[in-house]
Design a protein around this ligand. Structure first.
Ligand code: FPP
Length: 252
């Protein structure tokens, strides 16, 4: 009886909080267009995008989501003008400082996925401090993809695995999907159930290529700075209406 009522609510367009996805991942796209529409510099769009990220992450915590992963800076984003790259790095530094200060109090832990090698020493140090504090915190896990690329992540995983083989710690015969997952930045994080891309682009742009194999995708025309909790709810309701079969035929 209880379950039936919950299902009806979901069909009516409401989120069924008893069946939330465990892990939502999101491409924060559309900041530049949002700024252009208002005659503002692109970096103003990123600043607004960073605010939207804070609000949505907080909402994810409120509803009890376990994992929220966002694409903050890709391995290809270095091609942008230096002024824009510096503005994004500045926003990231500000957020990392906030996270270091508030993570324990807010019970929200931050992890970084990506190759941190080309980041400034300051950002590297903040990422290291963040990872250290995260070890002691429970609650929503936010994964910030920073200098992240899905192909780069897979190559990095292959190289690390090959090195482990050379050291005699493992063998190619031992390699399974589960073992390989442990060589990725997302080690120990379950695959995303739902991947959202705002801004009207219908592509995945090198985001979570391995992990997204069986994810449900949700695309919306809303630009990221305008994305709000109602839009997230719409994505979750859409997810809750899908039948996930993971290559099987379902219902068995
Ligand atoms: C894509 O939009 C967005 C980015 C490349 C950067 C995203 C970065 C932030 C939101 C700020 C830093 C993040 C945090 C978590 C503090 P776009 O510029 O490609 O948009 P467009 O397609 O409209 O040009």
């Amino acid at each position: 009886m209880f379950l039936k009522r919950k299902k009806v609510r979901a069909l009516a367009g409401e989120v069924d909080y008893s069946r939330l996805p465990r892990h939502i991942a999101l491409i924060m796209d559309g900041n530049g267009r949002w700024a252009k529409k208002r005659g503002l510099p692109r970096k103003a769009g990123h600043a607004m995008g960073a605010e939207t990220f804070r609000r949505i992450a907080l909402y994810c915590k409120e509803i009890g989501l376990e994992y929220f992963t966002v694409y903050a800076f890709s391995t290809e984003n270095w091609k942008r003008p230096a002024d824009e790259v510096n503005a994004i790095m500045g926003l990231l530094e500000k957020y990392l400082l906030e996270a270091i200060e508030k993570m324990e109090k807010e019970q929200m832990k931050l992890h970084i996925f990506g190759d941190l090698t080309p980041l400034s020493p300051r950002l590297k140090e903040l990422c290291a401090r963040t990872e250290e504090i995260a070890k002691t915190v429970n609650g929503l896990q936010v994964n910030l993809c920073l200098n992240y690329g899905g192909r780069d992540e897979i190559l990095h995983g292959v190289k690390t695995f090959a090195e482990a083989c050379q050291r005699g710690e493992t063998t190619p015969d031992a390699l399974t999907e589960t073992l390989f997952s442990q060589y990725l930045y997302s080690k120990d994080v379950p695959d995303p159930d739902l991947i959202i891309r705002p801004s009207g682009e219908i592509r995945i742009s090198n985001f979570l290529l391995w992990q997204g194999a069986y994810a449900e995708y949700y695309f919306t025309d809303v630009l990221w700075p305008d994305f709000d909790k109602e839009e997230l709810n719409r994505a979750i309701v859409s997810y809750q209406h899908r039948s996930r079969r993971f290559g099987g035929i379902g219902g068995v």
